[in-house]
Design a protein around this ligand. Sequence first.
Ligand SMILES: [Zn+2]
Length: 152
Amino acid sequence: MRRNPIYTIGYRQWEPEQLYAKVRELGALLVDCRWSRRTRRAAWSGRAFEEALGKGYLHIREWGNPRYKTGRLEVSDFATGANRLEHVLNLSGETRRRVVLMCACEDLAKCHRLVVAARLLDRWGQYGLRHLFPPHGRGQGELFREPEGEGT
Ligand SMILES: [Zn+2]
């Protein structure tokens, strides 16, 4: 049974190198939940993440929000995306690997990745959800407390 919390991150408040370092430190798989990986800032393009993190990066377009411009929080196709992620984790033999759900948005409450995270927690029977804040920010947020001795 999976016991690790699910992490989320909004890259807009980060410097690229700091974000890569955080993901490496966690030994996590960075899951890009954006509908589009093209950005004005080249460092945040899908290609830049691929180059920096290699197999530590995975884009799941099915978890993107096709209506992000309207402000509605929607996920294109949660189940297909979840199957893809589980397939990758199983292939690598690391089903307990930490997963970081990434989008641009700083505010998790206003981001569709919260929908993804909630459904993934439900699917995997986990209870920990942590939002990663940048260094010099407000510290690492813990949204739901985990029972003693569990998690990470
Ligand atoms: Zn977002």
